[in-house]
Design a protein around this ligand. Structure first.
Ligand code: COA
Ligand code: NAP
Length: 282
C-alpha cells in the first residue's frame, strides 16, 4: 500500500492553524512550499519569501487556490532589511508571525579542493546567516504570539557527506543556532526545533546532488525503501508547530525513512559519479 501522502488535513482538525500566520523563507518552491501547503490546508494564513518574485507569485496563486490568504514578497535572507520589510508587510496584511519556517538554502556538489572561498561563504550566508537573520527579524512578532521557529536542516549537519564541505558546516551551524535560540527564547514562550529531511523526491535539492533526482537506486539504500514526499515534511512541521508539541523545544526531528542509519556511503559514491558525469567536456 502506498503511503497516504496529503492526509494531514484529514487527520488533524482543519482549523488547527486558523487565525495563525506562518512565514516561510524560501517558500516559493520545493519542500518549503510543500510545508506552506500543509499549513494552508490546516487553516493558516501564509507568508512566503525568496529572491524570485515570479516564483513567489506562482506559489501564491497555488496557495490561494486552496483557500489561504497569502503574502508573497521577495526578500534575500542574506539582507536583513529585505526580510524586515517582507515581515512588516506580511504583518500588516495577515498579522504577527506565529510560526517561522527557516527553509531558504543553497546547495551544489563540489570537491573541497575546487570550492572557492566565496562558494563556501555563499552557502554559509544563505543557510546559517540567513536563518539567524530571519529569526532575529521575526523576534518581536514571535514574542507577541509566543510562537515557534522551525529550521529545515539536512543529514549533512550531523554526518560527513562527500562534496558537501560547505553545506555540512552551514547546516550544523543552523542546528546549533536552533538550540541556542530554544535556550534563550524559551522564557519568551518561543519554541525552536529543526526538521532533518532525508532524500525528498521531486525537489531541486535532489536534482542537484544526484542523477535523475535520486530514483530507484536511492530507494534501495533507505530502510523504508522509498524517498520521502514534500508533504511528509509538511506533516512533521504541522506537528512540531501545533499544541501537540507544546513542550518540545531544542530538538531535531529526522524525517528520513531511516536513511541516516545507513550512513553516507551510498551518497558519497553516487555523488562522485554525478560530479564526474557533470564535468564539462574538455
Ligand atoms: N560548484 C562550485 N562552486 C559554485 C557552484 C558549483 N556548482 N555554483 C556556484 N558556485 C560558486 C560560484 O562560483 C561563486 O564563487 P566565486 O565568486 O568564487 O566564483 C559562489 O559560489 C557564489 O555563486 P553565485 O552564483 O554568485 O551565488 P548566488 O548567490 O547567485 O546563488 C547558489 C547561490 C550558488 C547557492 C545558487 O545555486 C542558488 O541560487 N541556489 C538556490 C537553489 C538551491 O540551491 N536549491 C537547493 C536547496 S538544497
Ligand atoms: P528549493 O526548491 O531550491 O528550495 C530552496 C528555496 O530557497 C528556493 O525557493 C529559493 O528561492 C530559496 N532561496 C535560495 N536562496 C535564497 C536567499 N538567499 N534568500 C531567500 N530565499 C532563497 O530546494 P529544496 O530541495 O526543496 O530544499 C528546501 C530545503 O530543504 C532546504 O533548506 C534544503 O537544504 C532542505 N533539504 C532538502 C532535501 C532534499 O531532498 N531536497 C534534503 C534535506 C534538506 P529563490 O531561488 O527564488 O531565492
Amino acid at each position: 500500500m502506498s503511503a497516504s501522502i496529503s492526509g494531514s488535513a484529514d487527520i488533524l482538525p482543519r482549523d488547527l492553524f486558523a487565525n495563525k500566520t506562518v512565514f516561510v523563507t524560501g517558500g516559493g518552491s520545493g519542500i518549503n512550499l510543500g510545508i506552506a501547503h500543509s499549513f494552508a490546508r490546516l487553516g493558516a494564513a501564509i507568508a512566503i519569501c525568496g529572491r524570485s518574485q515570479d516564483k513567489l507569485d506562482n506559489a501564491a496563486t497555488a496557495l490561494r487556490a486552496s483557500g489561504a490568504v497569502v503574502s508573497a514578497i521577495a526578500a534575500d535572507v542574506r539582507v536583513p532589511e529585505q526580510l524586515e520589510a517582507a515581515m512588516s508587510a506580511s504583518r500588516e496584511t495577515i498579522g504577527d508571525i506565529d510560526v517561522l519556517i527557516c527553509g531558504a538554502a543553497g546547495n551544489f556538489l563540489s570537491k573541497s579542493e575546487s570550492l572557492s572561498p566565496n562558494g563556501f561563504k555563499t552557502i554559509v550566508d544563505i543557510d546559517l546567516v540567513g536563518s539567524f537573520n530571519a529569526s532575529r527579524m521575526a523576534f518581536a512578532q514571535l514574542t507577541r504570539t509566543r510562537g515557534s521557529i522551525l529550521f529545515i536542516t539536512a543529514p549533512m549537519a550531523h554526518m560527513a557527506h562527500a562534496f558537501q564541505a560547505h553545506v555540512g558546516p552551514a547546516k550544523a551551524g543552523v542546528e546549533m543556532l536552533m538550540k541556542n535560540l530554544a535556550l534563550e527564547w524559551g522564557p519568551y514562550g518561543i519554541r525552536a526545533n529543526s526538521i532533518v529531511p532525508g532524500f525528498i523526491a521531486d525537489t531541486e535539492g535532489m536534482r542537484r546532488i544526484s542523477a535523475q533526482g535520486g530514483g530507484a537506486a536511492f530507494d534501495d539504500y533507505i530502510p523504508l525503501r522509498r524517498m520521502g514526499h514534500v508533504d511528509e515534511i509538511g506533516h512533521a512541521a504541522a506537528f512540531l508547530s501545533s499544541p501537540l508539541a507544546a513542550y518540545i523545544t531544542g530538538t531535531s526531528l529526522w524525517v528520513d525513512g531511516g536513511q541516516a542509519l545507513a550512513g553516507s556511503g551510498f551518497f558519497n559514491a553516487n555523488s562522485a559519479t554525478h560530479l564526474e558525469n557533470a564535468k564539462p567536456a574538455q
